[in-house]
Structure formats: C-alpha cells, structure tokens
Write a protein that binds this ligand. Structure first.
Ligand code: MSP
Length: 484
C-alpha cells in the first residue's frame, strides 16, 4: 500500500478524433468517484486526464472536415473539457501530447533511458494494421478477417521501426504481479495478463516512419521516425507530473496510485507500460483498474459502428447526476453493461424521483414541521469511521458496490419511515410515544445526512443539494421532479 498522503489517479488520454461518447464518460465518471472519495478521506489528490493527439486518425479526422490539425485539436479538446464541466469531473490537469513544453522533454527522456538500457533496436515490421485502432493485428485476432473493434478489413503494412525489448521483462513483471507489488484489478484481468506472461511477451514496435504519422514526437537522434503512439501516450502519465522538467514534482506524485482504463487497453498498461518503467529504472504504478464496456445496441460504443450515445444530450435532458447514477449503479464496474435513453429514464423516475427525491422531501417535511434538531458528524469523520462500507468497497475500487451500500441505506430508511410512522407518534398525546417519534426522526435525520455525505463522490450536485436543504431546513423543493 502507498503510505503517502497523496493519491495520484489517471484516466486514459482519449484520442481527440471525435467528440466523446457515453463509454468515455463512463471511464471519467469512475475515475472521478475515486478522486473525490480519496479527497473526502483526507488525501491530497491529483487527477490527470488529457488527449492523445499525435495519432494519424486525428490528422485524418481533421482532413475530413477541412481543418488544420491544431485548429481541429483545439475544437475537439474544448469539447472534451465542456463535457467534463457538464459532468462535474474534478480533474486537475488536462495534458495534451502535442505540448512541446510539458510533454515532449519527458517523452524524449524516456526514450533515451530505454535506449541507454539497451532495450531499443531497429527492425522491419510487417503486419495487418487497423488505422482506427492504430494497432497491428495478428490473423488470429481478427474476426472474419476484420478488426474486432471497428469491423473493418485491416491494411497490410511493411515499414522500418524501432523495437522495444518487451520480452526481456516477462519474468520480472510476472513476479511483481504475483507478489501484489503491481496490482491489476479485477482478478479476472490479472489472470488474463498472467496467462499472457506465461506464453511470453514479444518485442513490440516502438516507432513509426514519419511519413506514416507526420504529427508524432521525433525519435531522439532519428528525425525520420516518430515515437509510436503508446510510448508517447503512456509516458504522459509521468510527464504530466514533472518527469523530464521538474523532478521534485515528479517524485511527489509518482508512482501513480491508479490508472483507470477500459479492458481494451489493458495489455498496453499492464505489460508495455510497466516494462518501460522497469527499463527506465522507475517505480511501477500501484495498480491498474480495468473496467468493462458500456454497450449500446449490443456493441461497444464506437463511431465507426454508429451506435454512439452523446452524453451531453443525456445530461441536458436528465442532469449530470442522473447519468452518473446510471453509469455507477447500473453498469457493473468490472464487466460490460448496457445503456439506452429508456433505461436511463426508468432509473431516473424509479430510483431518483420516486426513491431518493421522495425520501428527502418526506424526512425534511417532518423535520421542519416538528422542529427536529440534532448534531451531525463532520464528513471526514463519517468517511473515516471504521467499518464504513462505502469506503471499504472503494478500497477495492468497486464503485458499484459502494453506491449499492448507499442505496441499501436509502431503501432501509424508506421502509423504516413507512413502518414506524413517526408522524403519528409525534402527534401523540402520550409523552412516551412522542419521545419515541422524536428519537426515530433524529435517527432518520442523521442517516439522511450520512446519505448526503456519502453521495458526494458519486452524485456531487445531489449531495450538495441535500446538504443545503438540511442546512437551510427546507423541504419545499423537489430534487427530482418526475418526467413523463
Ligand atoms: N488514446 C488511447 C489511450 C491512451 S492512454 C495512455 C485510447 N483512446 S480512446 O479514445 O480510444 O479511448 C480509450 C478509452 O475509452 C479506453 O479506456 C476505452 O476502454 C474507453 N472506452 C471507449 N469506448 C468505451 C465504451 N463503450 N465503454 C467503456 N469504455 C470505453 O485508447
């Protein structure tokens, strides 16, 4: 475990070739919950996100809309940031891999370190290449001769590359994963990587001819080659916190506590990246947290399949917290799950309008009518209380189990208020019964405060609203007006 009081968490840096869809919003929401909850627990948190800009698909997308690459990047990255503002993503830095001041010195330093370790060598590469994935595929990996993600036939490519000696690190990686020094969550993904290591890692292509990808970071000493996207992109986790320009800062935050990723980029994060770090003599991240896919119409959302759902549209109609709620509670953190507008609406009406919204207004009405007052524990105390089930679930990065615990409390409160009918007790002439009514209400009120505090990382606006309602002692506002 990391004994430091800092917590460095990263999301992937997305390709700015198109606006983000609900699948990306999912990754960001999970990362945000982890960042916010660590803050609630008293850690100093740094949350990195950004854009993976030196990719040929970005240049292609710019060409389609007849924009220059820099203008196109500016437009798409501001869309990313707009979505994050709408979705209340509490990131600290948005790194852009075209940033020659922040990113390039560290990326070059990384290359030089790997080279100095004798782990980079020139070779010819030939294979089947999916331009959408920016990755080579073997015959076996194709489905009906097509890229399994984009359902397009890959191109045959042969080129001069530099290679990284990934194979050299197979055993060390295996040891570090087995000892738990380098964690991969969940267990099924860890086993997948261990099986891959069992078969042995092969060296990987690490650069591409500049004529293929004109926008990359030049390989030090070889101007005709640019760094392959993974060496460039993965290193952003380090350059963002100072590697190559501010070593004191880098050692404050590195190693990262968690890289949050989708399962499709696991191999890069759990094999190539740690091998690069070992080669460069740097500590490994503590863990890789791997989530599943958000499916739409039975498929992973993808622009080329045409099944993307625009998160901003959903936010406009249902609010950011409804989308966050849906993604966090209805999609199992470590498996695939489905989303549609209909499902989202059902969740809104059922769990939020009728569920949480109703509960808050019922409790607050009684609190107001009967002048119920009590003291509340500070949020930090509630969060760090031994046995807090929300914290325990989050220790395992199981965001769905964590929010499930909050909903268990909400359901219990609902039932309790129904069964004990405190309004009848409070109206009673019998002092004993009246007292019982007060005691019940104080308990319900304290539990509602707990719900409001625990909800913060998951549904920050809702949490803020309930806290404000409690503080203002108001019940005249419906948190989630019904939608028909
Ligand atoms: N640029 C690389 C990542 C580099 S990280 C150093 C990349 N970018 S991406 O734009 O393709 O976004 C990838 C991330 O989004 C992955 O974590 C991927 O799993 C996630 N998702 C893309 N579609 C998704 C869903 N439909 N559902 C959940 N996550 C999805 O790969």
């Amino acid at each position: 475990m990391n004994e430091k009081d800092t917590f460095y968490i990263t999301s992937p840096i997305f390709y700015p070739s198109a606006a983000l869809h609900v699948g990306h919003a999912y990754t960001m929401t999970l990362s945000d919950v982890m960042a916010r909850s660590q803050k609630a627990l008293g850690k100093q948190v740094y949350f990195l996100t950004g854009a993976d800009e030196n990719a040929s698909k970005v240049a292609k997308a710019a060409k389609v809309v007849e924009m220059s690459v820099p203008d196109f990047l500016e437009m798409i990255t501001s869309k990313f940031k707009h979505l994050y503002a709408e979705l209340n993503i509490s990131y600290d830095q948005f790194i852009r891999t075209t940033d020659e001041q922040i990113h390039w010195p560290g990326a070059e330093l990384m290359w030089e370190r790997l080279n100095a370790a004798g782990d980079i060598y020139p070779a010819k590469y030939s294979g089947l290449y999916c331009p959408q994935c920016e990755a080579f595929y073997t015959d076996k990996e194709l489905v009906d001769g097509k890229c399994p993600l984009h359902l397009i036939v890959p191109e045959h490519l042969e080129e001069d590359n530099f290679f990284f000696r990934l194979s050299k690190y197979t055993q060390t990686l295996k040891d570090k994963i087995e000892s738990g020094e380098f964690q991969i969550l969940p267990e099924t993904r860890k086993n997948e990587i261990l099986a891959l290591l069992e078969r042995g890692l092969e060296d990987v292509s690490f650069s591409r001819p500049i004529k293929m990808v004109p926008h990359g970071i030049p390989v030090p000493g070889h101007k005709d080659q640019v760094m392959y996207v993974w060496c460039d992109a993965l290193t952003s986790y380090l350059t963002a916190v100072g590697f190559g320009r501010d070593e004191a800062l880098a050692s404050k935050w590195w190693p990262a506590n968690a890289h949050v990723i989708g399962k499709d980029i696991l191999r890069f994060h759990a094999a190539i990246w740690p091998a690069m770090l070992l080669s460069a003599g740097l500590p490994l991240p503590r863990r890789i947290v791997t989530h599943g896919f958000v499916l739409s119409g039975g498929h992973k959302m993808s622009k080329s399949i045409g099944n993307v759902i625009d998160p901003e549209e959903l936010i406009k109609e249902f609010g950011a917290d409804t989308l966050r709620y849906y993604l966090l509670r209805k999609i199992p953190t470590f498996e695939d799950g489905v989303i549609s507008k209909e499902l989202l609406k059902d969740a809104y009406n059922g769990d939020l309008a009728n569920g949480l919204g109703n509960l808050v207004s019922r409790i607050m009405k009684l609190v107001e009518t009967y002048e119920i007052r009590t003291d509340f524990l500070e949020p930090r105390e509630l969060w760090t209380k031994p046995g807090n089930p929300v914290k325990l679930a989050l220790d395992d990065f199981d965001t769905r189990l964590a929010i499930e615990h909050i909903w268990t409390k909400i359901t219990t409160l609902d039932r309790e208020i129904q069964d004990s009918k405190p309004w009848e007790l409070l109206k009673s002439e019998d002092a004993h019964l009246k007292q019982k009514g007060f005691d019940t209400m104080v308990r319900l009120y304290k539990d509602l405060w707990w719900v409001a505090v625990m909800l913060e990382p998951f549904m920050p606006e809702t949490s803020k609203n309930i806290v404000a309602t409690i503080k203002a002692h108001r019940s005249d506002r419906s948190l989630f007006p019904r939608k028909d």
